[in-house]
Design a protein around this ligand. Structure first.
Ligand code: ZN
Length: 218
């Protein structure tokens, strides 16, 4: 049924009305805003974040459209066989030439929490996605020993962010870019749902010494 009547009580209609109000508000102070943006994008940042609705990239750093190239998935992972994420990284680095790549995880992450539990037999696909976080837990089991449930979750959330930043550094896309332009710098940040604050965990740049097994031999 084709029907486009605007009923403000309808959830999606509410979004469309909010969109209209938002664009009108921007145009009222900057009439060329969308016209200028439509010419092209030159973001300085690539953001790889969690899909969690409470961690919207632009909102938490007070950014505007055009400033951040964004990829989000469950538990902000960079899986080296995931063409979706790899394509985003390649385009951001090689075409948009972003200066910074930020992996942003968050405390209270449901994806990491689920990875710390036994597998849910109903969520066969999601299980596979979370398997990589279970691997991080297994590799760091000794340092997590003795921590209570809450501290284990917080630590694994941090370890997961650090691991993703390392994985990005291991990509040929980044090693090539570091050799050619010394950019981008890679950052791992964690966001606090309870205070709205970002914390820096790790920074890697072109001077970072990678383990020889991850280096390219040319
Ligand atoms: Zn999350």
């Amino acid at each position: 049924m084709e029907k486009h009547a605007l009923n403000p009580d309808d959830l999606t209609t509410r979004l469309l009305l909010e969109n209209k109000a938002w664009s009108e508000e921007i145009l009222s102070t900057n009439p060329d805003f969308f016209h200028n943006l439509a010419k092209g994008q030159h973001p300085d940042f690539l953001w790889i974040g969690c899909s969690d609705s409470r961690v919207p990239a632009e909102t938490i750093v007070n950014a505007h459209p055009g400033q951040i190239f964004v990829h989000r998935n469950i538990a902000n992972q960079v899986i080296t066989t995931d063409f979706n994420c790899l394509s985003v990284i390649q385009y951001a680095v090689e075409v948009l030439k972003v200066k910074h790549v930020i992996v942003c995880g968050h405390y209270g992450c449901g994806g990491v929490k689920a990875a710390l539990q036994s597998q849910n037999s109903g969520l066969t696909i999601t299980n596979k996605w979370l398997m990589h976080i279970k691997d991080i837990y297994r590799l760091h089991k000794d340092e997590l020993k003795g921590l209570d449930e809450e501290a284990t979750l917080a630590s694994l959330i941090q370890l997961n962010i650090r691991e993703q930043v390392q994985r990005i550094a291991h990509l040929s896309i980044i090693q090539k870019a570091w050799k050619e332009s010394q950019l981008p710098t890679l950052h791992g940040w964690v966001y606090g749902l309870e205070n709205g604050i970002l914390e820096q965990l790790i920074t890697l740049d072109h001077t970072t010494q990678l383990e020889p097994i991850y280096r390219y031999n040319d």
